[in-house]
Structure formats: structure tokens, C-alpha cells
Design a protein around this ligand. Structure first.
Ligand SMILES: NC(=O)c1ccc[n+]([C@@H]2O[C@H](COP(=O)([O-])OP(=O)(O)OC[C@H]3O[C@@H](n4cnc5c(N)ncnc54)[C@H](O)[C@@H]3O)[C@@H](O)[C@H]2O)c1
Length: 453
């Protein structure tokens, strides 16, 4: 099929690359000139395992191209995917300016019948709004063409996006049109060969399903984090409790890890948007409000624990951070817990040494002053990062940090203290090596006398 994907971000690029890989001809339309130039040179502008190879393969076979020309990109398109950002307004609602701007551009440039498919995460009723915008544009130009708008929310996870797209748990197709449903079923057929996983439903139900899924996953995380806080009071290790409940098939073992909070471009904004939608309808979303509040609190956990450890005096301390991206496998820093911690540490006069396999460039862009005045140092090597540190904080559980040479780390640090923001280390092993270990929702293990800064 001839496809156009609008927006070359995490979702748009993966969608374009995967459909091209299956033999479709795809034009990816992007308005950011810098990003477009990178893509045309075969360079992937984001860190996503396997994506660059797939993009280059599609370009070499001549089935994938990048453009900012609406007319040319749409000329042959049978299906147009919209994959632009939907950030939060100040009141928490989804900001639809990019989606509606795309709809207006489609109204200005489409001149044949086609199916428009919304992949962006959008509130209930947006497919209808998009259709209205497009049709208004077509009418104003006296252009022909029947436009159908379907909802097809995306469920990929950054860090494993290609695999998620190629082997989806399910594909949600929101449409009332049998023809549109059949078109999408045909397009997705190569991705669901071994099991029927395409669920066709009303567009409004499809739009809501995406928010419901993210809100549920965020709820699991905040629920466990709430229990972790109580565990800390009761001298109970949340890790033992997690294993205990996760083995129950009704509960499941995923998304029940205690940690320093969820971040990223989806959970925080989607929970906020769902809360706002409920409020706009006079409905009190008490559970979602608690999920959000718990997560905000959770993001301050590491800083509070550091402050307590140093008796409230953090100025002049050196703290090493391992992991900055909101999760392993991505360079995405949107709403990352690391940013809340970094802001607090820098404001408290701490010298921060930070290491991340993919997100250092993003951090450098965000903290130019601290970098210039030397309060923040970015390190490629985890061992260089801990040199002279008064504490080590694991924020993002990249594989590189999972099994470090802890005796070597101890030799490099000024004080052997570890704050494990993802509960990945073995407390007894670390205490045997002479560390003081702090995890989230687990009793501290070991000793370390705090000396002057
Ligand atoms: N990132 C994820 O893991 C993920 C997963 C599932 C769903 N989503 C949803 O998918 C949507 C896109 O997310 P993302 O993370 O890919 O966003 P992103 O910010 O990474 O990418 C959006 C891209 O669209 C481009 N763009 C914006 N307006 C445009 C226009 N008018 N014309 C052409 N290009 C335009 C931007 O320049 C940018 O490159 C959001 O609604 C998000 O909630 C994201």
C-alpha cells in the first residue's frame, strides 16, 4: 500500500519503518528541518534499538522516504497516519494543536479519497473533530474526495518499540466503517499472522482504550509504590512482597516494581488528561488523582533519602547518578524522575556526576549553566562517574548498571553508600562488601559513618 506517516518521532518513525519493512511504500512527513536533514542522511534522530538499521534498509530499498512537502507526500497515499505529539495543556488536558494543525493541512492538500488514521493519543471525540477539520478544508477548496478518519492508538514501548510494533499484543482499530476496518486489517495482517489480535471497535472506544491502558499501568506502579512506603514503616522488604503477589496469576508480575516513580512522554500526561476529561464531565476520578499524587511524591523519594542520610546538609557533597533517561533503552527524558532529582540536588548545592548510555546530550541541553560552572559533570563511564562520590544513586536500571564491579566502585567512592532507586541490587551482598544500602520500601542494610564534606 502507499502510506504517508505524519510526524517522525518515536511513534511515527517506528510506524513508517515497520510498514516499509513489510513491503509498503511509505513517505514520512516531518516539519522539523533539522530532524528531516538527519533522516535524509540515514541518521536516526532518536535512540531506539534497531530503528536506524530498519530506516536505512527501507531507504536503500527505495520504499521509505522523508519529506516536508505535503502535496508530494500525499499524492499517492491510500492511508495517512497521524503520529504527532499531544502534550499537556497547563490544566492537564491534551493539547491537540499539532493534531488539528495536521487535520487542517490535510484539508488544504488532499485531493483524493483516503483513510486518515490517528495514532496519536487523543481524547474521546478527536476522530470526529479531525474529520470535521479535514472536510471543512476540502469544502473550502471545492476539492473532491471522501475522507474517513479511524482511530488506531499505538501501544509500543520506548526501548523495545520495533519488537512491540512487529509483535503487538493487540491492534485497536476504532472505526464505524467496514471498508476502513478491512483496509487496516489488510495492512496489519503481516504483524498478526499467528493469532487474531485486531480488535475493531467504535472510534470513541478506541480512543478511550489507550488512556485506560496507560492509566491502569500507572495505577499498578503507584499502588506498589504506596505499599513500599508502608513497608518502610513496618520493616518489611517490598521485594519479597512483590514476588509474593506477582506469582498470583490474577495479579501478574509486570508493572509491580517499587521505584522512584514513572516518567516518560505517556503515563504522566495521559493520566493527567484522563483526570481532566473526567473533571470536565463533573466526574471525580479519585483513584487517578491518587495515582498521580503518589507518583509526584515518589519522584522526591531519592532526594529526601539523601537529605536524611546527610543530616540535612547536602551542600558541597558529591553525588553520582547512574541512569538519567526515563527508562532503559531510550534517550527520552520527558518527565524523567532523574530531572526532579537533578533539579533538587543542584538547588541544594550538591556536585553531581552523572552517567547514562543515551541521554547525556539531552541533559547537556537542559542544564547548560550547571555544566559550565562545573556543578554538573557528565561521564560516559560509570566508574569515572563514582570517583570521589559521597553517594551513588541508581536512577534508571540500564543493563550496564545491573552487575557493576562493586569492589572497584567502593575503591573509587569517598563514602560507600548506595541509593537504589529501582531495587535492582542485593542489599546483603552490598553490605558484605562494606556498603550502606538504601532501597525503596526495603529496610536499609549496612553501615557508613557520614564524615564532613
Ligand atoms: N513515545 C511513545 O512511547 C508513545 C507510545 C504510544 C503512543 N504515543 C503517542 O503518540 C504520539 C506521538 O508521540 P511521540 O513520542 O512519537 O512524539 P514526538 O514528539 O517524539 O514526535 C512527534 C513528531 O511530530 C512532528 N510534528 C509535529 N507537528 C507536525 C506537523 N504539523 N507536521 C509534521 N510533523 C509534525 C514533530 O516535529 C515530531 O518530530 C503522542 O500522542 C503520544 O502520546 C507515544
Amino acid at each position: 500500500m502507499e502510506l504517508c506517516v505524519i510526524g517522525a518521532g518515536y511513534v511515527g518513525l517506528v510506524t513508517a519503518a515497520c510498514f516499509a519493512e513489510m513491503g509498503n511504500r511509505v513517505v514520512c512527513l516531518e516539519r522539523d528541518a533539522h530532524r528531516l536533514a538527519q533522516l535524509r542522511q540515514g541518521l536516526c534522530p532518536i535512540h531506539e534499538p534497531g530503528l536506524q538499521v530498519l530506516l536505512q534498509a527501507g531507504m536503500q530499498r527505495g520504499v521509505l522516504s522523508f519529506s516536508d512537502d505535503w502535496q508530494a507526500s500525499l499524492a499517492n497515499a491510500q492511508v495517512v497516519f497521524v503520529a504527532v505529539g499531544t502534550p499537556s495543556h497547563e490544566d492537564g488536558s491534551a493539547d491537540l494543536q499539532h493534531v488539528l494543525a495536521v487535520a487542517d493541512s490535510l484539508g488544504q492538500h488532499l485531493s483524493h479519497s483516503c483513510l486518515v488514521v490517528n495514532k496519536s493519543t487523543v481524547p474521546v471525540g478527536t476522530a470526529e473533530r479531525v474529520a470535521t477539520h479535514i472536510r471543512q478544508g476540502l469544502r473550502a477548496r471545492g476539492a473532491a474526495g471522501a475522507i474517513d478518519v479511524a482511530s488506531n492508538p499505538e501501544f509500543l514501548k520506548e526501548g523495545s518499540a520495533i519488537d512491540d510494533f512487529m509483535r503487538p499484543d493487540r491492534i485497536i482499530v476504532g472505526t464505524n466503517s467496514q471498508v476502513a476496518a478491512q483496509t487496516l486489517q489488510r495492512l496489519y495482517a503481516p504483524f498478526v499472522r499467528n493469532r487474531e489480535r485486531i480488535l475493531v471497535m467504535a472510534p470513541r472506544a478506541a480512543e478511550f482504550t489507550k488512556y485506560a491502558a496507560n492509566a491502569f499501568l500507572a495505577t499498578k506502579i503507584s499502588f506498589v509504590n504506596e505499599l513500599a512506603g508502608l513497608c518502610a514503616q513496618l520493616d518489611v522488604d517490598i521485594e519479597q512482597v512483590r514476588r509474593g503477589i506477582g506469582s498470583d496469576r490474577r495479579i501478574g508480575s509486570h508493572f509491580i516494581y517499587a521505584g522512584c516513580g514513572y516518567g516518560g512522554s505517556c503515563f504522566p500526561k495521559d493520566v493527567r488528561a484522563l483526570i481532566r476529561t473526567a473533571e470536565q464531565h463533573g466526574y471525580t476520578p479519585a483513584i487517578l488523582q491518587a495515582v498521580q499524587a503518589r507518583n509526584e511524591q515518589q519522584k522526591t523519594w531519592l532526594f529526601n533519602a539523601l537529605q536524611q542520610h546527610f543530616g540535612g546538609f547536602l551542600r558541597g557533597r558529591v553525588v553520582a547518578l547512574w541512569g538519567l533517561a526515563f527508562k532503559p533503552g531510550t534517550d527520552d527524558l520527558r518527565e524523567a524522575p532523574s530531572l526532579v532529582l537533578l533539579d533538587a540536588l543542584l538547588a541544594a548545592g550538591v556536585r553531581v556526576q552523572a552517567c547514562d548510555p543515551a541521554a547525556l546530550a539531552g541533559i547537556a541541553e537542559r542544564y547548560p549553566v550547571a555544566l559550565t560552572n562545573g556543578q554538573l559533570k557528565l561521564c560516559d563511564d560509570p566508574y569515572a562517574c563514582v570517583e570521589g562520590a559521597d553517594a551513588l544513586v541508581l536512577v534508571t536500571e540500564w543493563k550496564q548498571f545491573r552487575q557493576p564491579d562493586f569492589p572497584r566502585v567502593r575503591g573509587l567512592m569517598r563514602m560507600p553508600v548506595v541509593f537504589d532507586g529501582r531495587n535492582i541490587y542485593d542489599p546483603s551482598e552490598l553490605s558484605t562488601l562494606g556498603y550502606l544500602y538504601h532501597g525503596i520500601g526495603r529496610p536499609p542494610v549496612g553501615h557508613c559513618k557520614v564524615t564532613a564534606a
